[in-house]
Ligand binder design. Structure first.
Ligand code: MRU
Length: 360
């Protein structure tokens, strides 16, 4: 990704592997701030407060969290403590537990006095794999967009893609998942336009997706979360593509709250609905989506909204009476029957065929 024309990733280690740097996503789109993370505790906090967020990115951040822990103490006991702290930081995205388990397996096989070095190497491997997987998702998704684009009746009309939340550069190390095909299509000269759901309560669509699409020059329009169904009825959405935090073995897609309603509207309007995920987002152990732990976040995220005040400061504004209750489930599940395809680094699979990805 490029920020003001300068190449960036969302996370990277210091040259001598003493700390990790991240883009602080809680400040976007109004301030671009890079934070230095020196300790395990700081990394746990960065994940919990969503300074880093997005399923693939929190997996990589957790892997670097283990590397930071190994700078502090290379013992078995501390490795297990660090793994538990990281796994408890956010429950829904399977990438986090997957990355932590991979780090623990790799470090348990290494001599204790070499764990620090091994941990930084393995975390870097996980980060690199994420970049490659997302780049490939972009290419497979581009093929899909081209197919739908060619079927379009009016070739002069933009190809309209609706997305929810942020599944772009900022949710991964680079390229993004759902946005990777969109960047590839734009770079290939296709006339794509993106409807960006604002994605209450934290507004990852309005704050992050719109910001990064603008950095890349992709035409887009931010809409309220409830506008998608209406736009589909008007024939103004050609495709929906979202990311995911966990996909079950049978193709149910757990993603940001509100995704399910978009999928229902898409189904009713014969609008193809796709999810784009790298394989670490697939939980092969789960076939019943009811087993997925849905993160319940602080109700303050519903009660307040963050924005830029006239004096240029970031401010939180209360939206409704303090006496009213608020609930804040962060994710929902779109059943496989509503999903036309799952775009992965190995190709596009129908949900019922997803198991073939594992086999080969
Ligand atoms: O709570 P977040 O911002 O970490 O949630 C991220 C999402 O749900 C995104 O929609 C995304 O698809 C998953 S990450 C590519």
């Amino acid at each position: 990704m490029k920020v003001a024309q300068k190449p960036f990733r969302t996370i990277w280690p210091s040259p001598r592997c003493k700390f990790v740097q991240i883009i602080n996503q809680t400040q976007l789109p109004f301030a671009f701030e890079v934070l230095k993370i020196h300790t395990l505790e700081q990394m746990v906090n960065a994940i919990k407060t969503m300074q880093v967020r997005g399923a693939p990115l929190i997996g990589v951040a957790a892997a670097y969290g283990i590397a930071l822990a190994m700078l502090e103490d290379e013992s078995d006991a501390y490795l297990i403590t660090a793994a538990e702290m990281l796994k408890n930081s956010r429950p829904t995205a399977v990438n986090l537990a997957w990355a932590v388990d991979r780090m623990v397996t790799s470090l348990q096989a290494a001599p204790i006095n070499r764990r620090n070095m091994t941990a930084w190497r393995e975390a870097a491997n996980i980060a690199e794999e994420d970049v490659v997987q997302n780049q490939l998702i972009g290419q497979h998704g581009l093929g899909l967009i081209k197919q739908h684009y060619q079927n379009q009746i009016d070739p002069n009309k933009p190809f309209n893609i609706l997305t929810h939340c942020n599944a772009g550069w900022l949710a991964t190390v680079d390229y993004g998942t759902a946005l990777s095909p969109i960047y590839a299509a734009h770079d290939a000269g296709l006339n794509v336009h993106v409807w960006v759901d604002e994605t209450r309560p934290r507004n990852q669509g309005a704050a992050l997706t719109a910001w990064e699409l603008r950095q890349h020059g992709v035409p887009h329009t931010v809409i309220t979360d409830n506008a998608g169904g209406h736009l589909m009825q008007q024939g103004l959405v050609d495709m929906v593509i979202v990311g995911a935090d966990r996909v079950t073995a049978n193709g149910d897609v757990c993603n940001k709250i509100g995704t399910y309603l978009k999928a229902l509207a898409a189904f009713d309007n014969h609008t193809p609905f796709y999810a784009a995920v790298p394989s670490p987002t697939i939980d092969w152990t789960m076939t019943d989506y009811k087993q997925i732990e849905i993160e319940e976040r602080d109700s303050d995220e519903v009660q307040f909204i963050q924005g830029l005040a006239a004096d240029g400061s970031m401010q939180n504004v209360r939206l409704f009476p303090v006496e009213s209750n608020a609930a804040n489930p962060a994710f929902d599940v779109t059943p496989a029957r509503l999903v036309k395809g799952i775009v992965t680094e190995k190709g596009v699979f129908s949900p019922s065929d997803l198991v073939k990805l594992r086999e080969g």
